[in-house]
Design a protein around this ligand. Sequence first.
Ligand code: ATP
Length: 236
Amino acid sequence: MTLLELTDVTASYGPVQVLDGVSLTVPDGGAVGILGANGAGKTTTLRAISGAVRVGGSITFDGENIVGLRPEQVAARGIAHVPEGRGTLSDLSVRENLRVGAYLRSDRKQIAEDIDYCLDLFPQLRNRVKSNGSALSGGEQQMLAVARGFMAKPRLLLLDETSLGLAPSTAKNVYEAVGRLRRESGIAMIVVEQNANLAFTLVDSATVLETGRSVLSGTTEELRDRDEIRRAYLGG
Ligand code: ATP
């Protein structure tokens, strides 16, 4: 079943058109990557889905048109956005950040269990559970950002450049944990990632954006077989 469908989505910042026909489909429980050069419109696509920019075209989630909804309305329907740059709250502890992620929920017992699950998924965070966000390393902040997104119990998680600025081994750890989260929770994901090799460990399919337009989509196997994709995104 299709969970999210973008058809010919357009978006502008002021007079500058940044998205010029983005189409992609995320099956329920599926994981889709978005590849593209700097400035191709990957982040804006995620912002279009989460209601942070005005868009044209059509975006349906679970059969409902969500174009024109405000970010909090989109979140309430089950879409959690983990933005580039992490966005964790530096004055709050790890545990408090996780509680903030669950702010739309009222199932207190399940929230406590889910916090424990996050600390199991990212054991480094368990050791830092009382530390302020500002005291965490870059990798720990990124783990917290993903865990906070999960705490909303979304049906779709939008992950923007989760590996940015992390050492390769830390990035690999974070992606392994996200892979486990995907397997165990069944949450669908859209993964924007400069490091396509890393993204391909997680996603089933991907779409390539060029100057705000979808130019190619396929399963990871199909994309790996294409020379231009290997050269541009997979390091040969
Ligand atoms: P990157 O990998 O560099 O983050 P991206 O593919 O995610 O790239 P976007 O961040 O979506 O690309 O940006 C697409 C275009 O929109 C770029 O040309 C960028 O300069 C421009 N842009 C992004 N945010 C704004 C903004 N708030 N105001 C004006 N222009 C913007």
